[in-house]
Design a protein around this ligand. Structure first.
Ligand code: N01
Length: 538
């Protein structure tokens, strides 16, 4: 049943998604600009990515003191993380803490998945319909749907005949899944799969890992944080804020300025060894040219492959796991807690899908070309229709009945990842064409949310009611995104979700902006200073 639109359902701004981005946007627009706002959210609580990602081992790979909102001094002083990397449950606690502190839940409508978003040209506003038939109108539509929220279960013949249970990691049930005495198969060895394997293997009767592409991983070296460190973060948060905003990827470490060729082999290996022992994403920051120069990259790649061969005692597994076909950090580099060590257990098997591809799934399990694997549970750690998928799911129709799915037929086109030509008053937080997934997300989110707040505030002050970008600047921005990406090794990697190449039939366009957050922030600030150059305000 479609409910009537009443005045009560009309807002200045509707924000879609109650994760980090949506909550901060609500604070900015409601509490700072005094607008009437609503968040529509599919789930029944706040959390966004972390509401859905509860799979075994789910943990952020940004260090906790950086994976935080930095807009509120009070919040930074009040909250303490317990581990070097926050686990999924603790992140939900944090987001709930924020929601409570700023009294956000009263303006969030949970269990309301947006199924249609249409711009009304006669009224200059957006109409939204949710799955359960509620209708809303808003002057501004702000998508805070995240980049990795559209779980992808590959279309494998026979899945519907499987008599066991299957789950996608990005849509994990709230009630823990029990692996006790179960034979489990896991497809996928990206960042998620690499986190899940050791935990599932430790709990299941048996685990079979189905690997299509071997992957690098560096130890995370997660550990509880001691009181000294917690106090240090609270005392030093102003310096951390300044630091995180000036590093290209918003992480709490510098990227070295030295090149691989600046040091000899022994020095280089010593640097890698230290970074390996320290653990975490900073391994890729050991040299400046790791993601731009293939020869430099090969040295890091070979170092990690040797670590894999040393760690994994079964020679066949070691060969399969170290046979990596792309540069290190060419895909999003995972970090792990005892991933390679898990292959030394006696209840684990590894299937190389390049040599023995999946033919189909049947009632009892997975049939590959050469073998059959009896399973009780299949875990799909198979990633996402990233960046564009969550936006296309909103079924957006703009001016002149233009559908976003048609406008983006050849791949996403945006201006700065913030707006789309033909879709006035729609803002896309961390949209394609912005640094987003190449950074520590809360940093990219804060930058976008504050820019959108300032833009709307400017419009209100000047009496404008409509903002729209155009095709010309969007094309030019797309060229800039490509130019910057092409200076790195990233666009050359097969199957990369940065390119959309993991989804059959998806147009292949390098989606995030690889020029770094500070440079991108300068560009956005220049646009703002120049009277929102590239946008038409009326
Ligand atoms: O997804 P992925 P993910 N048959 O797309 C395989 C973030 N993240 O969920 O490489 C067989 O990286 C696929 O194989 P291939 C992070 O940004 C963050 O792991 O395409 N296999 C690959 O092995 C990350 O990058 C945290 O050949 C199939 C895997 O599935 C992003 O999320 C933690 C297949 C998918 O890997 C996505 O990571 C976890 C098929 N048909 C994730 N289809 C943090 O800590 C796909 N695969 C913040």
């Amino acid at each position: 049943m479609i409910n009537d639109i009443s005045n009560n359902n009309t807002y200045d701004a509707i924000i879609v998604g109650a994760g980090f981005a949506g909550l901060y946007q609500l604070i900015c627009l409601r509490d700072q600009l005094g607008l009437k706002c609503l968040i529509l959210e599919t789930g029944d609580d706040v959390g966004g990515t972390w509401y859905w990602n509860r799979y075994p081992g789910a943990r952020c790979d940004t260090e906790s003191h950086a994976y935080s909102y930095y807009f509120s001094d009070e919040l930074l002083k009040e909250w303490s993380w317990t581990e070097r990397y926050p686990g999924h449950a603790e992140i939900r606690e944090y987001i709930n803490f924020v929601a409570k502190k700023f009294d956000l839940k009263k303006d969030i409508l949970f269990n309301n998945k947006v199924t249609s978003s249409t711009f009304n040209e006669s009224e200059n506003n957006w109409s939204l319909i949710t799955e359960n038939g509620n209708q809303f109108k808003a002057k501004y539509l702000i998508s805070a749907v995240g980049c990795l929220s559209n779980a992808n279960i590959p279309n494998i013949k026979g899945l519907n005949t499987f008599e066991g249970k299957y789950y996608h990691t990005g849509n994990w049930p709230k009630n823990d899944v029990s692996f006790t005495n179960k034979k489990v198969g896991q497809i996928g060895t990206g960042s998620t799969g690499i986190q899940a394997v050791p935990v599932i293997a430790a709990n299941a009767k048996h685990l079979t890992v189905f690997q299509r592409t071997a992957n690098y991983s560096v130890p995370a070296r997660n550990q509880p944080l001691n009181d000294d460190f917690k106090e240090h973060v609270k005392a030093d948060y102003k310096n951390y804020r300044e630091f995180l905003k000036r590093t290209p990827n918003g992480h709490p470490f510098d990227i070295s300025e030295r090149l691989v060729s600046d040091v000899n082999e022994d020095e280089r290996n010593e640097i890698y060894e230290k970074a390996w022992e320290k653990g975490g994403l900073q391994f890729r920051a050991t040299f400046q040219d790791l993601v731009t120069n293939l020869d430099a990259n090969n040295t890091a790649a070979e170092f990690i492959k040797q670590k894999i061969r040393k760690t994994v005692l079964n020679n066949k597994f070691a060969d399969i796991l170290s046979d990596i076909d792309h540069p290190y950090a060419g895909k999003r580099p995972p970090i792990d807690s005892h991933y390679f060590e898990a292959f030394n257990r006696d209840n684990i098997n590894l299937v190389d899908l390049r040599a023995d591809p999946i033919k189909h799934i049947d009632e009892k399990g997975i049939q590959t070309k050469q073998d059959h694997f009896d399973l009780d549970i299949i875990v799909f750690a198979t990633g996402y229709d990233a960046m564009t998928g969550p936006l296309l799911n909103l079924n957006i129709t703009g001016k002149d009945n233009l559908k976003l799915s048609d406008y983006w037929k050849e791949g996403p086109k945006t201006y700065l990842g913030l707006q789309i030509a033909g879709f006035p008053n729609l803002f896309t937080i961390t949209g394609p064409g912005s640094p987003s997934v190449l950074t520590n997300m809360p940093m990219a989110i804060e930058q976008h949310v504050e820019w959108i707040r300032d833009c709307i505030s400017h419009m209100n002050k000047k009496g404008y009611s409509l903002i729209e970008t155009n095709n010309k600047v969007s094309e030019e921005w797309g060229q800039e995104v490509n130019k910057v990406a092409n200076k790195t090794l990233l666009p050359k990697v097969k199957h990369s979700w940065y390119l959309g190449a993991n989804i059959p039939g998806k147009p292949q366009v390098f989606m995030p902006y690889a020029g770094g957050l500070p440079k991108y922030n300068d560009i956005c600030n220049d646009v703002k200073k120049n009277d929102y150059l590239g946008f038409n305000l009326s």
